[in-house]
Design a protein around this ligand. Structure first.
Ligand code: ADP
Ligand code: MG
Ligand code: ZN
Length: 506
């Protein structure tokens, strides 16, 4: 045997020897109108630098913070959605550190009394459902943003934009329960869907509204104690989360195999090169010298307030998936595809409300198929949006015509596209275009007779048992009727006229 076997192993060989242990920290920007402790607007995306600022979020001496009630409600809502518990009273703590994007020299955060603790989130993975324990969700303020630029005379300077300073930020930290890169990606995806569904964050990773950090360590299979962990930052997409963790698992396995001792570093993910790199060695949490924020009172969480927040929660993704499967009889696949896309959920629900007699499976087919594709295509082509988007009664009308056989699926697709682009009523489009499907047996029958007479060779082939002749003849009927004949009716009529293929009957 050669010695190639000692080269850095493949993912599967590393996983035979080591078990990955992964915990995820997510920071997400809350969708409030104003900042966490002042009344500055959070609508600063694209605004000139330092235009959404005041003494509080600039950290000027003597300025006093005021708690944003909505931000607290959003974290409490997120806590309820992940089945977390809430403290009776919470408080704010100062996390002290120096950095140019932190003018006060401390961040107002929460230390030992987070707004939510001991939650969990369950989601599907390629190997079945998986539940991750969530240690805590707390509220804090965002930092300013450093912008590094080169001046016209070639100097590199760092500028500070305080627009983001003091924006409300929720941090959600999992237990170290995750065991694979895929589970980590799925957790992040499901969390994004949950936060969007309850309306607390847009959670767009590319726009920095959701920032995912992964703590990754390995332990030899069969060993209980956790290994030294590395924290990976700068992952700007779900795909990056999965790739960065997979890379870290490989890197750490190779280092451990080589007898190296790992260090508890913070590493960045370089998406272009597909590698992680050392950013800094890890600070200990004591370094922050947390202490209770003296400018803010402790916050009592009134049970009645919590009950109100709970009552306002919409149906959560997991419950919706279960309802679609169990009550509506959809497949797990269809339920998953629809629930993962809020636009599809809106369309599905709107069609159901408009016509409760339509079969759920038919609604799912329309929404996940032609409707889903058409809306995506049209949105890409016309950024102004869709005029007829998720118009329940119109989509229900279209689907009723498909189910009754009045419109062929091919023609329905055209009607749908026109409706979505122009907003014209489905009935008017069908009327004007004459796309009504011909299902009437006598109307289709006369075309069938015409086609059989005109194609004696195909008829002979059919009688001789050549299966493809039937398809050809149906195709001819469709051609003569410009796609308007009901293909099923045409097929049945040809069989009726000629008998079963090869039977010499008819
Ligand atoms: P810090 O305060 O330094 O961020 P925490 O103890 O709060 O550290 O943990 C941060 C995250 O790291 C959590 O998600 C936790 O589950 C995870 N974690 C802790 N220890 C390990 C480990 N040995 N390997 C992987 N993840 C870990
Ligand atoms: Mg951390
Ligand atoms: Zn402000």
């Amino acid at each position: 045997m050669s010695v190639v076997g000692s080269a850095p192993g493949t993912a599967s060989s590393a996983l035979e020897r080591y078990e990955p242990v992964i915990g995820i920290e997510v920071h997400c920007q809350l969708k409030t109108a104003s900042k966490m402790f002042c009344s500055c607007s959070t609508e600063y995306d694209g605004a000139p630098p330092n235009t959404h600022v005041c003494p509080v979020c600039l950290g000027l001496p003597g300025a006093l913070p005021v708690i944003n009630r909505r931000a607290v409600e959003y974290v409490l809502a997120a806590g309820l959605a992940i089945e977390a518990t809430n403290p009776v009273t919470t408080r704010w703590d100062r996390k002290n550190y120096f950095y140019p994007d932190l003018p006060k020299g401390y961040q107002i955060s929460q230390y030992d009394l987070p707004l939510a603790a001991h939650g969990r989130l369950t989601f599907e993975t390629s190997t079945g459902p998986f539940t991750v324990g969530i240690r805590r969700a707390h509220l804090e303020e965002d930092t300013a943003k450093l912008v590094h630029v080169t001046t016209p005379d070639g100097r590199t300077v760092s500028l500070v934009d305080f627009n983001r300073s003091g924006a409300p930020l929720m941090e959600i930290v999992t237990e170290p329960d995750i065991r694979s890169a895929e589970q980590a990606r799925r957790y992040a995806e499901e969390l994004q869907l949950l936060l969007r569904s309850i309306g607390v964050s847009d959670a767009d990773m590319e726009r920095g509204q959701m920032r995912v950090e992964a703590n990754v360590s390995l332990r030899p299979r069969g060993v209980e104690a956790f290994g030294i962990r590395v924290e990976v930052k700068n992952m700007n997409s779900f795909r990056s989360v999965e790739r960065a963790i997979a890379f870290e698992i490989e890197r750490q396995a190779a280092a451990l195999d080589a007898g190296e001792t790992l260090t508890q570093d913070t590493r960045g993910w370089d998406d272009n090169r597909g590698v992680t790199y050392v950013m800094r060695s890890k600070e200990d949490s004591q370094d922050y010298r947390y202490f209770p924020e003296p400018d803010l009172p402790p916050l009592r969480i009134d049970p009645a307030w919590l009950a109100e927040i709970r009552a306002r929660l919409p149906e959560l993704p997991a419950a919706r998936r279960a309802r679609y499967r169990i009550e509506l009889g959809l497949s797990a696949y269809d339920a998953g595809v629809i629930v993962n896309d809020p636009a599809m959920v809106a369309a599905f629900e709107a069609i159901q409300v408009a016509d409760p007699t339509l079969p759920a499976k038919e609604i799912a087919n329309l929404v996940t198929g032609d409707y889903g594709r058409a809306t995506k295509e049209i949105v890409e082509r016309t950024p102004s949006g869709l005029v007829g988007r998720a118009d329940g009664p119109q989509l229900a009308d279209l689907l009723a015509r498909i189910v009754s056989g009045e419109l062929s699926r091919a023609n329905a697709k055209e009607v749908l596209a026109e409706h979505l682009v122009t907003g014209t009523a489905v009935a008017a489009i069908v009327e004007a275009s004459g796309l009504r499907q011909i299902s009437d047996a006598s109307a289709v029958g006369s075309v069938v007779d015409e086609v059989l007479a005109a194609n004696p060779a195909a008829v002979a082939d059919y009688r001789a048992g050549k299966g493809q002749a039937l398809g050809f003849l149906v195709g001819q009927v469709m051609k003569v009727t410009r796609g308007q004949a009901n293909a099923g009716v045409a097929t049945a009529l040809i069989r009726e006229r000629l008998g079963e293929p090869g039977s010499e009957g008819g």
